[in-house]
Design a protein around this ligand. Structure first.
Ligand SMILES: Nc1nc2c(c(=O)[nH]1)N[C@H]1C(S)=C(S)[C@@H](COP(=O)(O)OP(=O)(O)OC[C@H]3O[C@@H](n4cnc5c(=O)[nH]c(N)nc54)[C@H](O)[C@@H]3O)O[C@H]1N2
Ligand SMILES: Nc1nc2c(c(=O)[nH]1)N[C@H]1C(S)=C(S)[C@@H](COP(=O)(O)OP(=O)(O)OC[C@H]3O[C@@H](n4cnc5c(=O)[nH]c(N)nc54)[C@H](O)[C@@H]3O)O[C@H]1N2
Ligand code: SF4
Ligand SMILES: [Mo]
Length: 886
């Protein structure tokens, strides 16, 4: 397939960038697809590193029943039989599918059709429940259906962009770059986030509000718009219902900026600036993401934002809309097809007319009578033994669901668990009775829908490896084995897509979700499908919805909905006085099954951490760079403390990414409570009462080996694995004694060939041990009780050498590289591999702006997601200069 590039779509975030890939064997060169309207040739660090993640290492390549490989026929028959038997004995609601926004639309359509159409239960839900559910409910209430009004062009046309709980610089980097360019032309950015994120750092205004006070802030804004005569009365009169009720409800509280600022923990002047800008700027886009959705008030937050846009008529117009941005590459596809337990299919719900229509279309007798269980309820039902067979596809709930310890117990107790995944070992796959190998990105064919309703093709770059199969086909084969051949007799993804597109048109009297002419795509036209935004008509795609002021409600009017400002579900108390917030880091994707394969993406944030404000850290004795213990009512985690004023006092933050496999004690969801929004069922990942204290290890060390090691069992260790080029670095610390240390040493050195190079200094409490295989190094172990350990980089580099020199051996023994005592500076730009020291040197040499540093070093010239960090380094060095001058 070498030669011409294949145009496909990135498998990571909801920006949905077009990727041009050239494959050679399993090697891959990628670049941004200049012809794709969502990214116009750009990629971020994760997209650029796709080539490093497409190897076959760790892949699941044959079906597995228990620990033994099985044929597809056998595995398919077993899954079909166990589901059939369970349904026969306990009814259709005793089984469930838990699926993912990382499935393709064709996969999603197949899974939903099987569960809701032919098993006859609503029990299919998706990880989008953890992600988009609150926005979905807000859209349905305000617009009559789950419709995203705007498009990316609006983000460039806007004069003001508000980011609500959205760290776009890290999570939607390519889109953020487009807005940064608009900002250079005068666009203003306001960030509403309790943390000073990289997005906030470079914004015109940062409102570091108290956690979960967004509804109060937006309601206050609506009251201010009213006081200042900024309501678009004509628009409201023509197109909106509920305005009077909402304004009346607001009047019950003190909506003065002073009162709102006090409740939100904000300086009055900052709040007033935001209100002024909003009042003055017709072209405003309000982005909202996980800081809004992942809340017990997630629906209210979305509605409060939408209310301000409806009241000012700032919707359906160029550069003006409320904009719920999606996380996963196909979160939208799942919402469209019906992957959520709360919709039936194609934006139709469970009313009699819709059920009858969908049953007719599918030729199904037993369409689900009612919505199924939402993710959290689904796993509760598994724990209670009500759901007895579960099929998990393309998601890792043992890591990503809140209160994960309980989730793991539920999985362990479930009589039959099927997991479809690309990887052989995930935290969830540990609990599987049957594992089904799925084709991965670059192997599968189908479509995804991004945040702006744009449908793009994912295309194949590689031949299917081993026996892996497309998810839609795995599902269809099981459906056929369950006796539903006629309904699942597809041979190509194009056939599935056409059927799905036909459903969107079927008896369509006013559903905006319509793929129109795509229902008649020939196989060739499906192959060549260009990115297009639904609704699709004979004239083509649609960039913006509601341009005519008509919504998908019975009377065509949008609804403003009363929202009540409340506190978080779980109040802080003296035993848990800190608010635990969780989220993402720049270069990692979710549960590390992919970005954990690319050492370059592991450098920016090598291990789990907890951010805490100096005023909280000080009295607790928590110090920068030391391990800290984080506890909640659900459980405990141990992570590196980062003491920083970018955190609000009283609030702490942990990234969500680390797993049992990478850092068993660093898992955020062991801590997070499963409190959910009552309407959307979305969990409040951003707020769990917590406490922090120092871990106070008695010894620490690290272990480098060629392969990945898990923490030896039976020892009380804080263990983190950090993938490197050509080897794996494992960091650990413990509170045990000499016996414990010796047990670890034995476990890690067991089976090593040859005599070790060994140096022990009992007085200094240190031990160094290196095993050589042939002329190269095989394993290295360093431990110390006094905290002093050498830098790791030069040791890692030794693993790249086939043959160690005499100097290398001496260095191993004395425990440091000759002439080099400092650890390499932290990586800032992952795309160009530029470290902080080089950036510092450029600044010293006179580079005073991000562009100048970029010019001098190359950093920030690719995806730009490190540009805020470069700005921070420049600002820091300026502050230092001022201090020196004074
Ligand atoms: N690098 C990277 N990018 C990703 C992903 C990834 O794993 N890695 N995942 C993708 C997915 S699936 C998703 S859903 C998106 C998520 O993208 P984002 O929503 O941008 O990501 P998060 O870090 O989860 O949360 C955003 C912010 O919400 C803030 N927040 C917390 N509590 C509150 C609050 O009460 N009010 C407000 N206003 N803000 C609050 C947090 O401090 C955090 O900075 O990212 C997508 N992109
Ligand atoms: N504490 C905390 N927890 C959170 C969040 C948070 O902010 N804080 N955010 C939540 C959000 S918004 C999200 S979206 C979730 C994400 O959480 P998950 O969905 O659990 O995370 P992933 O690591 O993306 O899991 C995807 C799995 O699918 C596999 N996979 C990849 N491609 C395919 C494919 O084509 N087919 C199949 N069958 N398998 C595939 C991968 O190997 C991996 O095992 O996490 C949620 N959890
Ligand atoms: S912004 Fe990055 S992760 Fe998101 S789609 Fe584009 S390249 Fe992929
Ligand atoms: Mo997400």
């Amino acid at each position: 397939m070498a030669g011409g590039a294949v145009r496909t779509a990135c498998p990571y975030c909801g920006v949905g960038c077009g990727v041009a890939g050239r494959a050679e064997g399993r090697g891959l060169e990628v670049s941004g697809d200049a012809g794709h309207p969502s990214n116009i040739g750009r990629l971020c660090s994760k997209g650029s590193a796709l080539g490093a993640t497409v190897g076959l290492e760790g892949r699941l390549l044959t079906p597995m029943i228990g620990r033994r490989a099985a044929s597809w026929d056998e595995a398919t028959a077993l899954v079909a039989r166990r589901f059939r038997e369970t349904i026969a004995r306990h009814g259709p609601d005793s089984v469930a599918f838990y699926v993912s926004g990382q499935l393709l639309t064709e996969d999603y359509y197949a899974a939903n059709k099987l569960m809701k159409g032919f098993i006859g239960s609503g029990n299919i839900d998706t990880n989008s429940r953890l992600c988009m559910a609150s926005a979905v409910v807000a859209h349905k209430q305000a617009f009559g259906a789950d419709l995203v009004p705007g498009c990316y062009e609006d983000l460039e046309l806007a004069d003001l962009v508000v980011f609500s709980g959205h760290n776009a610089a890290w999570t939607h980097p390519v889109l953020f770059r487009r807005m940064e360019q608009a900002r250079a032309r005068g666009q203003r950015h306001v960030v509403i986030d309790p943390r000073r994120t990289d997005t906030a750092e470079v914004a015109d205004l940062h409102l570091a509000l108290a956690p979960q006070t967004d509804v109060r802030l937006w309601n206050g804004l609506l009251a201010e718009l009213d006081r200042r005569g900024a309501i678009d009365d004509a628009y409201v009169a023509a197109h909106v219902a509920g305005f009077a009720e909402v304004m009346a409800a607001l009047a019950a509280d003190d909506q003065s900026p002073a009162a709102v600022a006090a409740d939100c923990g904000l300086p009055l002047a900052d709040l007033q600036t935001f209100y002024d800008w909003f009042v003055q700027t017709p072209r405003t886009v309000s982005l909202f993401s996980m800081g809004a959705n992942q809340s017990t008030q997630g629906v209210a937050k979305g509605l409060a934002i939408i209310n301000t846009h409806l009241a000012t008529g700032r919707i359906g117009k160029p550069g003006a809309c409320p904009f719920s941005i999606t996380g996963q590459p196909n979160a939208m596809g799942g919402r469209e097809t019906g992957g959520m337990a709360t919709t039936l299919a194609g934006h139709m719900d469970f009313d009699d007319a819709a059920r009858a229509r969908v049953a007719r279309f599918w030729g199904a007798q037993d369409v689900a009578p009612r919505p199924g269980l939402k993710a959290i309820d689904m796993f509760d039902a598994i724990a209670e033994g009500k759901i007895k067979a579960l099929w998990v596809m393309a998601t890792n709930p043992a890591v990503s669901l809140p209160n994960a310890t309980k989730v793991r117990a539920a999985l362990a107790a479930c009589p039959f668990v099927v997991v479809s995944d690309c990887m052989a070992q995930t935290d969830t796959a540990e609990f599987a009775h049957v594992k089904l190998p799925a084709l991965a990105w670059g192997e599968k064919e189908g479509t995804v829908t991004n945040s702006e309703r744009r449908i793009s093709r994912q295309r194949r770059l590689f031949d299917p490896p081993g026996e892996a199969r497309a998810d839609w086909r795995i599902i269809a084969d099981v459906a056929v084995a369950m006796g539903h051949r006629d309904a699942f007799d597809w041979r190509t993804p194009a056939q599935v897509f056409r059927e799905w597109a036909r459903l969107t048109n079927y008896e369509n009297h006013g559903r905006m979700l319509s793929l129109g002419p795509l229902a008649a795509l020939t196989p060739e036209a499906y192959e060549d499908l260009e990115p297009v935004q639904w609704p699709v008509t004979a004239e083509g795609g649609t960039a913006r919805l509601f341009a005519d002021g008509v919504f998908q409600t019975p009377d065509g009017r949008a609804r403003m909905v009363v929202t009540q400002a409340k506190g978080p579900a779980q109040a802080l108390d003296p035993s848990y006085p800190l608010a635990l917030n969780t989220g993402r880091v720049r270069d990692h994707w979710h549960t590390l099954t992919r970005t954990g394969l690319a050492p370059d993406l592991c450098r920016h944030t090598p291990e789990p951490y907890v951010e805490i404000h100096p005023t909280d850290a000080g009295p607790l004795g928590v110090v920068e760079g030391a391990l800290a213990r984080v506890q909640t009512a659900q459980g405990e985690a141990i992570a590196l403390a980062k003491v920083t004023d970018r955190q609000r006092p009283g609030a702490i933050f942990m990234p969500m990414h680390w797993t049992q496999a990478f850092a068993p004690s660093g898992r955020a969801n062991a801590l997070v409570a499963a409190a959910v929004d009552p309407q959307s069922g979305q969990p409040e990942f951003k707020h769990t009462p917590a406490r922090v204290r120092p871990y106070r290890e008695t010894w620490r060390g690290f272990f480098i080996a060629r392969e990945a090691w898990s923490a030896p069992s039976g020892l009380d260790l804080v263990w983190r694995r950090i993938p490197q080029a050509g080897c794996q670095l494992h960091e650990f610390a413990g509170r045990g004694d000499e016996v414990e240390r010796e047990a670890l040493r034995r476990a890690l050195c067991k089976g090593a060939a040859g005599e070790p190079l060994r140096f022990e200094d009992p007085a200094a409490g240190s031990l160094r041990e290196a095993y050589l295989a042939g002329e190269g190094v095989e394993r290295v172990l360093f431990t110390a009780t006094n905290g002093a350990l050498p830098p790791r980089d030069w040791l890692v580099e030794l693993f790249a050498k086939d043959e160690l020199s005499g100097l290398d051996r001496t260095a191993l023994l004395i425990g440091r590289a000759p002439g080099r005592v400092v650890e390499s500076a932290p990586l800032v730009c992952a795309c160009r591999g530029v470290r902080a020291d080089k950036i510092g040197a450029a600044i010293t040499a006179g580079a005073g702006s991000v562009d100048a540093v970029s010019e001098a070093t190359g950093a920030g010239s690719s995806c730009g997601s490190c540009r805020p960090e470069i700005a921070r380094i420049i600002a820091q060095s300026k502050r230092k200069e001022v201090r020196h001058a004074a």
